[in-house]
Design a protein around this ligand. Structure first.
Ligand code: ADP
Ligand code: MG
Length: 564
């Protein structure tokens, strides 16, 4: 590991780097900075959290001359990332007067940005707003010396390809172009062919896509138990800072509400929020005032918050790459971290297996934690703290007060007992209790509110009950024995389920295929009697051709056929 002082850098920059607190370079920095300082094009690939910002930030600051406008343009996919890059580069430029920095992203006043752009040597922005300024002629690239594409893979994912083309076509041909990405896809290679000249490739930790210091765990729980499991994990591990990822903005909002209702200090971040709010949210999280940030992938992209101890995949990421980016938020700069993934059904477990193959690192199955285990752990911790306090005596000044208590005739043991009880009551949170077994589900025909769902396939598609059972078990993760009556008609099939299971089916089975036919699922309403439903609503269609009761032996037959 080399020190920054071994680089051919100006005294001003070395001093600034020292102030930031970096001494030795990360792998990507050690290899990329000298090349970038020479002025040639560069492709840099390394995992998230390996210090790519400084890998381009340091050469950019070093190569800029004071007092000249728009020498470097750094493009990145999100506003948060732009702000973060600006923050770091500002630190590097601390002792180099005349190197102004402008950040341009949507949601912030044009005027402020225009003012900054008048003097800025380094412009950091998202493609959309950069193009806005180019159109208004408040940003000109004809003198550009360096272009940086940070998180190039994500800019492609977000559909910024043409914007990057438009922007770079305005910059001089003989510029230096630095491209950074956590992954190297064929699309990225095409991009470098178009925007770069003889780029040198710097790829570190090739093939190893996740950082070795992250312990990756997953839990298999029913959909309805996800929130409780999350709460228990937060209680059990008590991470100082956690990032929780959801796939939708709505889920972010719902989860914030659910956790806050139970006394967890948490905050949400997604693209529908106003820029000002997003900035505040990041501040709260980075400062440590709020320890839990719940976010969508795009909003959290590239975010670097120190000491994120745990990353939760509340929803399984839609893309493998997202998984790497998500868990890359923890275990940074040599620290250890944990990632927790919740899977609700078999197809999600398959997905985890695929992610494992993709990253080459194991994701271990763990039993869902339970309240008793957590209470025990807390008791151990509590006893340890009491014992430690008794030994080190940090509370000596309380002795006179204890004396007064003992004078009333209470024994020291009784006093200690009372204090322990009072301490336990002061614990603010009540833990959800997860049943050890599968949550109880009303069996077919038994009590509990039953509803009918209707699938738009039937005898015409040669559907038999076992196909329906198999598809529901696979796609929605509900046990076969929880499926009630199945009525197969010519063009549709009705299935009786408990309401929570029906919701699971509605959520997970929409558009999935049974015998090759894409299925549309609709909720038909409450089940009232045995056969009345089909007769009442479809008087013309007569009796169903097939009716099945849950107690018939499908489960066994299916199980035997599938070998599990
Ligand atoms: P990447 O862009 O590769 O995901 P970042 O540039 O965001 O990574 O850096 C990740 C973290 O590592 C940041 O907190 C940064 O301050 C820290 N860091 C970067 N370079 C060094 C270094 N040479 N020494 C110590 N910490 C570093
Ligand atoms: Mg980065």
């Amino acid at each position: 590991m080399k020190e920054f002082s071994s680089l051919q850098l100006s005294a001003e920059l070395l001093r600034a780097i020292g102030d930031v607190g970096y001494d030795t370079m990360t792998d990507i920095q050690e290899r990329a900075i000298p090349l970038a300082l020479e002025g040639g094009d560069l492709i840099g690939r390394s995992s998230t959290g390996t210090g790519k910002t400084a890998a381009f930030g340091i050469p950019v600051v070093e190569r800029c001359v004071p007092g000249v406008r728009t020498q470097a343009l750094i493009l990145c996919p999100t506003r948060e990332l732009a702000m973060q890059i600006a923050e770091e580069i500002r630190k590097f430029a601390k002792y180099k007067p005349g190197i102004g920095i402008a950040t341009v992203y949507g949601g912030q006043s044009m005027e402020t940005q225009i003012r900054q752009l008048r003097t800025a040597a380094i412009v950091i922005g998202t493609p959309g707003r950069v193009m806005d300024h180019m159109r208004r002629k408040t940003l000109r690239l004809d003198g550009l010396k360096i272009a940086v594409l940070d998180e190039a893979d994500e800019m492609l994912n977000m559909g910024f390809y043409e914007d990057m083309q438009t922007i770079l076509s305005e910059a001089p041909e003989e510029r230096q172009t630095l491209l950074f990405s956590a992954t190297m896809s064929p699309e990225i290679m095409r991009l470098t062919g178009e925007f770069q000249k003889d780029p040198k490739m710097v790829a570190v930790d090739q093939g190893k896509k996740t950082i070795g210091t992250i312990e990756q765990l997953y839990y298999q729980v029913p959909q309805s138990r996800k929130i409780d499991t999350l709460k228990l994990l937060l209680e059990l591990y008590e991470p100082k800072r956690s990032l929780i990822f959801c796939n939708t903005k709505k889920m972010v909002d719902d989860l914030v509400a659910a956790l806050a209702a139970d006394g967890f200090r948490c905050i949400g971040l997604h693209g529908d929020m106003k820029q000002q709010t997003r900035t505040q949210v990041m501040e709260e999280f980075k400062s440590g005032r709020i320890g839990i940030l719940i976010a969508t992938d795009v909003a959290a992209r590239g975010i670097d918050a120190p000491d994120v101890e745990a990353v939760f995949n509340y929803d399984i990421p839609q893309e493998f790459e997202y998984y790497i980016h998500r868990i890359g938020r923890t275990g940074r700069a040599g620290k250890t971290g944990r990632s927790f993934t919740l899977a609700t059904n078999r197809s999600q477990v398959y997905k985890i297996r695929e992610i494992e193959r993709f990253t080459g690192a194991p994701i271990a199955l763990r039993p869902a934690p339970n309240a008793r285990e957590i209470a025990q752990k807390k008791q151990e911790l509590f006893l340890g703290r009491v014992a430690e306090a008794a030994e080190t005596k940090p509370f000596e000044e309380w002795r006179p007060l204890l004396g007064r208590l003992l004078e009333t005739g209470i024994s020291a043991e009784e006093a200690a007992l009372a204090l322990m009880g009072m301490f336990a009551q002061a614990e603010p949170r009540r833990l959800p209790v997860l049943p050890k077994e599968e949550p109880a589900r009303p069996e077919g025909g038994a009590s509990g509110r039953r509803v009918w769902v209707s699938l738009d396939i039937g005898r015409d598609q040669r559907i038999a009950p076992n196909y329906i059972v198999g598809a529901m078990v696979d796609a929605a993760g509900i046990p076969a024995k929880a499926i009630g009556k199945i009525e197969i008609y010519d063009g549709h099939t009705n299935v009786e389920l408990s309401r929570p299971d029906a919701e699971l089916v509605m959520e997970n089975m929409q558009g999935s295929r049974i015998r090759g036919c894409p299925v549309k699922v609709t909720l038909k309403g409450e089940s009232e009697g045995r056969m009345r439903y089909g007769q009442k609503r479809r008087p013309g269609s007569g009796k169903p051709r097939f009716a099945r009761d849950a107690r018939e032996p499908y489960t066994k037959r299916r199980g035997a056929r599938r070998g599990d």
